[in-house]
Design a protein around this ligand. Structure first.
Ligand SMILES: [Zn+2]
Ligand SMILES: [Zn+2]
Length: 336
């Protein structure tokens, strides 16, 4: 069941659900085809703004001689932003988000699964309670906590956040950090370019005739900065509350269900904003608040199947392998 169906499952009849499924089928196909096109478009737009920056904006702001300290500082800042942007974008695209290990019901580990509290043999995204075994019919694999099936990729994704057509990839456990840094540096880059367009647009000798390239850079960066600013704020909220985009909607349903039952639901993965931030971005030490911005090739600690939960803070930083343990708790929930 897709996220859309989960959101409206109590308000739709079978016919409406079938219609949604059909629409989603064609949307998934369209997204799969559009992925490479959108990546090429992103590369072209970024390249265009970089060209305008080095050919027009830089000279308009620093003037001549070009070897001044101000010019070198601008070049260093521009190249730094560009490197981090391209680096994180490239690795977000090429890094697999992570998939659950193969552990189907015909394997030797089947006894670990059969007979336990499975959630109706389905890939339902919203019907399980913490600790229950979830199962994906399409992948024929168990789904660890926070794992969801991506209908575009056709696979289950560990700690799935969303499928991004601009990346032609899912954002999940192993590439979320690259994704967050990509939108962070892209947003910072847009703000920087916007500031650089002030001089040629509004303070030039002949402001009535601004260069069309500068207008193009200003318009593009302004629109992207607004959209990315909202997206960045949204993901910072998710990180600080230990949620993914998918889990946010599922948690909202869980909270509403608990409220109807006269109970209070709380997110067991929420360890507090700072610990959530450190765990999600895998940063430690006294300088964690700035280290997270540095480029890094090392994959995040853990396997994407096990996550720390509230009230059990002594768990190891690196979880044991999923397939090596037999209890339901280790297989499908969290810790230690
Ligand atoms: Zn699946
Ligand atoms: Zn996907």
């Amino acid at each position: 069941m897709s996220l859309l169906q989960v959101l409206f499952r109590r308000r739709l009849n079978i016919t409406a659900l079938r219609s949604i499924e059909l629409c989603e089928f064609f949307l998934d196909k369209a997204l799969r085809v559009a992925g490479p096109v959108l990546i090429a478009l992103a590369a072209v737009l970024i390249s265009a703004v970089v060209y305008i920056y080095f050919s027009v904006l830089l000279f308009a702001n620093v003037g001549t001689p070009f070897h001044s300290f101000k010019a070198l500082a601008h070049v260093a800042l521009g190249l730094s932003l560009l490197f981090n942007l391209v680096f994180n974008y490239a690795y977000c695209v090429i890094t697999p988000p992570g998939h659950p290990p193969s552990l189907d019901r015909t394997s030797g580990s089947a006894s670990d699964i059969e007979g336990q509290n499975e959630s109706a043999d389905s890939d339902d995204e919203g019907e399980y309670a913490p600790g229950q075994t979830r199962w994906c019919r399409r992948c024929r694999r168990a789904k660890p906590a926070l794992t969801h099936h991506c209908h575009v990729c056709g696979k289950c994704i560990l700690k799935m956040d969303h499928h991004c057509p601009w990346l032609d990839n899912c954002v999940g456990f192993f590439n979320y950090r690259y994704f967050l840094l990509f939108i962070t540096y892209l947003w910072l880059g847009c703000i920087y370019v916007l500031l650089m367009t002030i001089q040629p647009l509004f303070r030039a000798e002949d402001p009535e005739k601004p260069l069309s390239t500068v207008v193009f850079a200003f318009t593009l960066c302004f629109a992207v900065a607004i959209a990315l600013g909202c997206l960045l704020a949204w993901h910072l909220f998710l990180i600080l509350t230990a949620q993914t985009t998918v889990e946010f909607h599922v948690n909202r349903q869980r909270r509403a269900d608990a409220r109807k039952a006269g109970q209070v639901w709380s997110n067991e993965f929420n360890l507090g904003p700072i610990r959530n931030f450190k765990n999600t971005l895998d940063v430690q030490g006294p300088f964690w608040w700035c280290v997270w911005l540095l480029p890094r090739l090392r994959p995040p600690k853990g396997d994407g199947c096990l996550f720390p939960v509230r009230g059990e803070s002594s768990q190891p930083a690196v979880s044991p392998p999923l397939v090596s343990v037999g209890s339901q708790r280790h297989l499908y929930k969290v810790l230690p």
